[in-house]
Design a protein around this ligand. Sequence first.
Ligand code: SF4
Length: 378
Amino acid sequence: MQSIMPIKSVEYDHPKAGLSCTAQAWARAPETPSADERSELKDKIRRLLKEREAVLVAHYYVDADLQDLAEETGGCVSDSLEMARFGRDHPARTLVVAGVRFMGETAKILSPQKRILMPDLDATCSLDLGCPADEFAAFCDAHPDRTVVVYANTSAAVKARADWMVTSSIGLDIVAHLHAQGKKILWAPDRHLGGYIQKKTGADMLLWQGSCLVHDEFKGVELDLLKADYPDAKVLVHPESPANVVALADVVGSTTQLINAAQTMDATTFIVATDNGILHKMRIAAPGKHFIEAPTAGNSATCKSCAHCPWMAMNGLRNLAAVLENGNNEVFVDPEIGKLAVRSIDRMLDFAAAKKARALPTGELAQEAALFSGVGPA
Ligand code: SF4
């Protein structure tokens, strides 16, 4: 059984959050259906996916039922890099993206001819909210000598202003590659991930000061105390977490890299510092192992997420069945913005494909910069 922490509803205080504050997101998160309704909804979703010739693409942080449905119906459950790639390459004309808004937009940018549906179009992300396109453009204009690298968790308009888009699974390699070419980087929006990559690569990086409200809440002091209670446990940390939490990690990586670590490491107990939605997949990948959520609560903590993203929680069986039935909640991206944004995403996908072709372990790419000289002009 996945342990459930009580959720304290505290408004997300970004001035531009408006209707998307966490209190309202939690209020919109669907209640768990009864066992009978759950079974009916799952049958209905399986049937509608077939009838609509649609495929379900889900993130590791959404409800476990949605993850299971995606896998059993031929869709995919994965991190945002694989979601983007899978959606682009799958022949289905309709993609249903269970995740947050920027994931639906990325799917639309990569596949403008396809219909992209989402269970709730108001499911957003504190990183996206914290990086408004107009302010970001002004920041870029003020630093024209820098190569602009943005994290996937941004709006289409921010991606359109970027030279490269990266995800957490490949950001380190891409920045190492650019650094090896002598480029100076402007990075947005996550300050923790940017700081981690800067430290690992030594690149000259100017950082936008955004953060993920889920990972920002992990507490280094409390994690240290928990480690003392479980001396044999290995600590798995997503690099959107604060530096003092990353410093306590045995493995730092993207969601997929953390799942792989849980599966392949000898340890039987793991403390996990990322959204607790990932524990479902970890338990499937590593049966018999024990997973403990890293602490988000300390003496002065105001828990807005308690290790689960309020916007990911807006995806449920009922609203997934509803969009398949009525075709509502379609994602649209301004075609002109889409044409600009696709360049930064394609660069990353080309880079990832080249890396896979060479099957180089992480870290060796910096020395292989010549290999990627044809990937793109940025
Ligand atoms: S978990 Fe964090 S980074 Fe992911 S969608 Fe939620 S707020 Fe954004």
